[in-house]
Design a protein around this ligand. Structure first.
Ligand code: PHB
Ligand code: FE
Length: 335
């Protein structure tokens, strides 16, 4: 019997003698970096070679999210051309497929891969292309430059564990609170955020059941941007707050309804049709505002100052199929 193909096998070149970076091949797609850019190549449906260029800082910030979030919910557009769609056991990689103009011109390509295969290629590319001193999760003002020829690596930054509470931050055997002692100081933008914890008076026997913590204090100590953590989990209801600064590095294409609660400052959102990219709405969210992103949209946020955003996800594994069959709605409410 033949041994099963090694799905995690990565096809990479030797390091380029001048730039120092490897090039990668995944199915009919190629990936190459130089001092400033990522170059993505593919063949169109009728076999013509095509390429697409992205700023390497932008590309690495997007790739970091796709790797760290295990391809997330639905679509992760790196920009208006290239991205991935999560099918939860397999992942589509595409170029131009969800760009109405490129699709109409027939210059798009989409290939489906087992999750292990694309995950292994993306993780190695992220590692090889991320230089010492550049943290793709950090705000641009809080990290070094992604540009230039290969210099060292930043494995500690790109292999951070995702912070996922099982029930609630601060409960016994769960995600701990962030403190100075754990290496999580208050961010420069949140120096005025009170750090006191609420008083708790549970009845004897309920010490590990009755709980509360200072969520603003927890978020003020996040070292990263655009990286939701799970702070409380009730069945499939995931509270995923995050601190934001500069641009969400991906354009997220929903496969379910997603809620936003702007907890401080403001974020400006561009919302578009997820299939074509046709613009749908600008949503200016200020502290205290709530919005729901329908399952048919893609969205990208701009945060002029570091801000706090609560993303509320329905993590039900069957929801995407219920929506496809018309059993669950694409919008949270119909007026
Ligand atoms: C989103 O796609 O909805 C999203 C992702 C990451 C964030 C915030 C929002 O930090
Ligand atoms: Fe989203």
């Amino acid at each position: 019997m033949n041994a099963p193909a090694d799905l995690a096998e990565v096809i990479a070149s030797a390091p380029d003698p001048t730039m120092g970076y490897r090039s990668f091949t995944l199915g009919g797609f190629s990936f190459r970096r130089d001092e400033y850019f990522a170059h993505i190549g593919w063949r169109t449906q009728d076999g013509r070679p095509l390429s697409h260029t992205m700023d390497i800082g932008h590309f690495l910030r997007a790739l970091m999210r796709d790797v760290a979030w295990g391809f997330f919910y639905g679509g992760v557009n790196f920009d208006h051309v290239v991205g991935t769609t999560n099918h939860y056991k397999t992942v589509d990689l595409y170029a131009g497929t969800y760009n109405g103009t490129m699709k109409a011109a027939g210059v798009d390509r989409l290939e489906n891969f087992p999750t292990e295969q694309i995950a292994a290629t993306f993780a190695q590319m992220l590692d090889d292309w991320t230089n010492e001193g550049f943290d793709p999760f950090a705000a641009p003002q809080e990290t070094g430059s992604p540009y230039g020829r290969k210099r060292g690596h930043n494995k500690p930054a790109i292999t951070r564990a995702r912070e996922l509470a099982k029930r609630c931050v601060g409960l016994k055997d769960d995600l701990p609170l962030r403190t100075d002692a754990r290496g999580a100081p208050v961010n420069r933008a949140f120096a005025d955020v009170p750090q006191e914890q609420p008083e708790l008076h549970p009845e004897p026997g309920f010490e590990h059941e009755v709980h509360a913590f200072n969520l603003f204090g927890f978020l003020s100590r996040s070292p990263v941007t655009w990286n939701p953590s799970f702070t409380s989990v009730v069945k499939y209801s995931f509270m995923c707050p995050t601190t934001e600064e500069h641009i969400l590095p991906i354009i997220h294409a929903n496969d379910r309804v997603e809620w936003f609660f702007q907890m401080s400052d403001e974020i400006h959102w561009d919302c578009a049709d997820k299939t074509t990219g046709r613009p749908l709405a600008r949503v200016i969210m200020k502290a205290g505002d709530m919005a729901a992103m329908p399952a048919y949209c893609r969205h990208q946020g701009y945060s002029p100052k570091r801000s706090m955003l609560l993303v509320w996800e329905n993590g039900s594994p069957s929801l995407v199929y219920e929506i496809q069959k018309g059993e669950s709605p694409e919008v949270p409410v119909k007026f």
